[in-house]
Write a protein that binds this ligand. Structure first.
Ligand code: SAM
Length: 279
């Protein structure tokens, strides 16, 4: 019996994630699809050529980068209407801070089948490595290079109750950390560098601590910068009293204090003393 992977690929667009450093991080399905396509649309033919060479594949490569225009898309759409075509970026998942969004949109509008093969993406690797809360996260691409625009983005996203994930470049890291220290003081920050590569590093601390560290030992390579969610501000005495009263209506003072301590992070003993007064 012929497995699905051994069947001929049908025409369409195949979005293929590639490794972000370690060449082992490519899926079996990605290799089979790259083997089966008629052409590979890529940002840089030298970079993708190296990957294909490593996989023992020789393929027609078509440049599709940030400068691609309508005419480039039209040519690719015409090809993928008849043949299977892969879209890759230099590293990681195409479209994620990489070209491809307009191509996918145009393919869908033209009724061309689109398939996306999951694989490595630096944002996800960094997030899982950082130890920062990941029940909610917001990926916001690259932080702007200019100081004012960078601070505006930090102020805009600062209140979002989620870990913020940004791509960053080594030369801009210290400026970004300084801006975070001033715009969002007290937040937990993580810097993940050179993920899946020999000098992989993940460092956490306050923005000021990390700025001091990287000022002394300038960071090299590729970087993901993350900011932990805002810490809930302490409730006022009136708010704490209101919570205690509500709990006291159905529980003993010790239970009410424990519950409110859990909810607010306030000291349980102090809450217990106050609960006895309020009872
Ligand atoms: N599409 C890619 C992805 O899915 O991860 C991201 C492409 S974006 C143009 C490149 C940026 O991703 C780098 O500047 C860096 O911020 C981040 N990045 C890519 N590979 C990385 C790695 N191995 N370690 C840390 N960051 C990486």
């Amino acid at each position: 019996m012929v497995s699905r992977m051994e069947q001929e690929l049908s025409p369409g667009l195949y979005i293929v994630a590639t490794p972000i450093g370690n060449l082992g991080d490519i899926t079996l399905r990605a290799i089979e699809v790259l083997r089966g396509v008629a052409a590979v649309a890529c940002e840089d033919t030298r970079v993708t050529g190296k990957l294909l060479n490593h996989l023992g594949l020789k393929k027609r490569m078509i440049r599709y980068d940030d400068h691609a225009g309508e005419a480039d898309r039209e040519k690719l759409l015409a090809l993928m209407a008849d043949e299977p075509v892969a879209l890759v970026s230099d590293a990681g998942t195409p479209l994620i801070s990489d070209p491809g969004f307009r191509l996918v949109r145009a393919a869908r509008e033209a009724g061309i089948p689109v398939t996306s093969l999951p694989g490595a993406s630096a944002a996800i690797v960094a997030l899982t490595l950082s130890g920062l809360p990941n029940d909610r996260f917001l990926f916001a691409g690259f932080l702007p290079a200019k100081d004012k625009a960078r601070r505006d983005v930090l102020a805009e996203l600062g209140d979002v109750p989620a870990t913020l994930v940004f791509y960053e470049t080594a030369p801009r890291l210290c400026d970004a950390l300084e801006a975070i220290g001033e715009t969002l003081p007290g937040r937990e920050v993580a810097v993940s560098r050179e993920l899946t590569k020999k000098f992989e590093e993940c460092r956490t601390g306050s923005a000021d601590e990390l700025a001091a560290h990287f000022a002394e030992r300038p960071a090299k390579g590729e970087i993901v910068l993350m900011i932990g969610p805002p810490v809930a501000s302490q409730p006022s005495e009136a708010d704490a009293d209101a919570l205690l009263r509500a709990e006291l209506a159905r529980a003993k003072p010790s239970q009410a204090a424990a519950r409110v301590a859990k909810l607010t992070g306030l000291d349980r003993k102090a809450l217990y003393a106050r609960a006895l007064e309020l009872r």
